[in-house]
Design a protein around this ligand. Structure first.
Ligand SMILES: [Cu+2]
Length: 161
């Protein structure tokens, strides 16, 4: 009987441990303005920002989180509202960017440009510069063919709103 109660005690400890692990996992839930830099996103896309499209209010801050190893962040020249500042983040670093000017901002991971690792932040009203981006992104020298391929459906979804 003595050894039996020992097993019960161990099992209870194990349960406590797994409950602790569960609450740690739920603490990692993605914040509303968080973009994760990933080797693979939840849809199975390799080398991806998630979410790839993030709408925020003007003046909002986006936290780009270096979730997986080896990713960086740089705004794509010409594919953001006129007069808006370029932004970038070092490889493997978390970077917070505050967006004031309304419109569409396209950014990418320079390390995985060829793989098409791109993302879009929409600040307020996309129509501020959406037509301009639609007219020009195919000729942008800083986007790879794979990047353009990923960007196309994102821009189309904004246009249909
Ligand atoms: Cu990357």
């Amino acid at each position: 009987m003595k050894s039996y109660s020992k097993i019960v005690a161990l099992t209870a400890l194990g349960l406590q441990f797994s409950l602790g692990a569960m609450s740690a996992a739920s603490a990692q839930e993605q914040a509303p303005n968080e973009v994760r830099m990933l080797n693979k996103d939840s849809h199975g896309v390799a080398k991806a920002f998630e979410p790839a499209l993030l709408p925020i209010a003007p003046g909002g801050t986006v936290d780009f989180v270096a979730w997986d190893f080896g990713h960086d962040l740089i705004s794509v020249k010409g594919l953001h509202p006129e007069g808006a500042e370029e932004f970038s983040g070092y490889k493997n670093a978390d970077t917070s960017v505050t967006f004031d000017k309304e419109g569409v901002y396209v950014y990418e991971c320079a390390a995985h440009r060829a793989a098409g690792m791109i993302g879009v932040v929409v600040v307020g009203d996309a129509s501020a510069n959406l037509d301009d981006i639609l007219a020009n992104y195919q000729d942008n020298p800083d986007l790879s063919p794979a990047g353009k391929e990923r960007l196309a459906p994102i821009l189309a979804s904004l246009k249909s709103k």
